[in-house]
Design a protein around this ligand. Sequence first.
Ligand SMILES: [Zn+2]
Ligand SMILES: [Zn+2]
Length: 591
Amino acid sequence: MVQIVVFSFAGIMGKLDEYSTCPGFREDYMQKLQIFVFKLQDSFKLALLRNPSHQADMVPEDQVGPGVALSPPLVSSDAYSALELWESRFRGKMRLFWWQLLSWRQGRQRPETMGFSKSDSITQDLVWRIEEILAGRILSEQRLAGLLRQEGFWPSDISRALDRAVDGGQITQLPGFIKAPWGQHVCSRCQGEYVEKAPCLRCGKGDCLRCVTCSSMGEHRACSTLLALQHTQRMEPLERIKPQLKLDYDLTFAQQQASKELLQFWQDGQGKALVWAACGAGKTEVTFALIQRALSAGGQVLFAIPRQDIVREMTERLQAAFPSVTVASHYGGQPWFAPGKLVVATTHQVLHFYRRFSLAILDEVDAFPYQGNEMLRFGIQRALLPQGKLVEMTATPNVRREYKRVITIPARYHGFPLPEPELVVSKLQPWGAMEANDLPHQLVDNLQGAQGPWLVFAPTIAACSRLRSLLSQALERPVGLCHSKVEHRAAVIKQFRDGDLDIMVTTSVLERGVTFPGVGVIVLYADHAVFNVSALVQIAGRVGRTAKAPRGTVLFLASRLSASMKQARQLIQELNREARERGLLTSEETP
Ligand SMILES: [Zn+2]
Ligand SMILES: [Zn+2]
């Protein structure tokens, strides 16, 4: 049994709040933490307790004297910052003074000693169960408690087991936010610093801090407590069975070379590699041998994809390639608990993993927006075992210097070079003011001259709508429209695929992940900021993907030549040059 995780980025931007759809998640579970100090033989011990009656678990039997409460029950972030203060006091020279002062005061106020006992048959079982659930994960206390309550455990037992496991060092406990030395609050779930204060139903505070960065994964607040296993060796025992790898097709020569290089990367013990692949060169299959190697070594593998819509498809591909392995698909619903050593999940899922994977494969790194990117990188690092390896895959390598090893797949299976974009600079009217006779002739000539299908890209929905109506006027035939707000998008795409429409005006929604045989692309306003290098390379990558139609037109039209336009062309040319040098352009005709 083996598992890979593929996660997708779309969830971060989307509306999906899987916490609220997760059965068994109880909003009302809220445990506060109270600070206690205990006097040992020649030292003091400070502890955060969910309940004063758990004191007996904290100190050796012969030394149990009542502890002294240093705070009222506090929400976790407050408890941790108060704990810091008390730790410095009880480390300092005045510690005996503090002890006497506090115990005298508490003695006067609450003379009765707490009745507590050590009888705890259920607690040890529960600690084991908690360790089992937390293996390779980092979860909020609410989430963990929700699951345990579903399994029939009592809240009082859960809180006692947690206190004991934290005290015993089996579990790492983190407050919702940590205060950075420069005063900023940092989210312990995603390391984000973008926080806001808002009334909280859970802890009842009017100004409970809330993380904005990871909010789409469900609310994370200052009153949340995160739990993970302290030691990774508590994970499932290693299984050294070599999983069968089954492919119904052969890898191309370029893919085979990349696949071997990845195995070498594993062998060499490097931490991080970049796979730079031409669009449509098939980079996924290249990782399969490496995945097999990692699984055979007893490890678990994470395969990460930025878009939720292809998680399912990727799960199926991996399951077909590794029939003897359980592939877990993590997205929406209650996915965080799906078992499998090969896990496919959405991006927000990565923040639920903790020192679990010996290999993580991050697909389409270039597709992550900046903010998500930071969070993702942190999440991936935490999800990997300390010695875990990371393979990032992209079509637009922005920072090649970061990687000791860059593996390229410069050619597609059919052996033709990638169609290189033609850059055309011509004064374009702003789309709001454009009329039919303002349409650039390069656009109209192409659409009238050559057979479709044609994808015409424009930067915004407004620009697309305008262009569509102008083009249908100018060309006197139907022109399709595709953007995120088009209601029957799938139907429109089907019409285009079936040839009922041969021109489609679209935003970046069709920029990646789609193949239309024989398509040509024209990007209008290609100097617009939405058309960054990665987007332009992906758009160009729609052309010439099939053996039947391995060539095609790629035209970038703009009022000025942007750096992204130039870079996109350079990257494509660089791959073609390398493919030619390595003799991979087997079908290229001599000009
Ligand atoms: Zn966060
Ligand atoms: Zn709160």
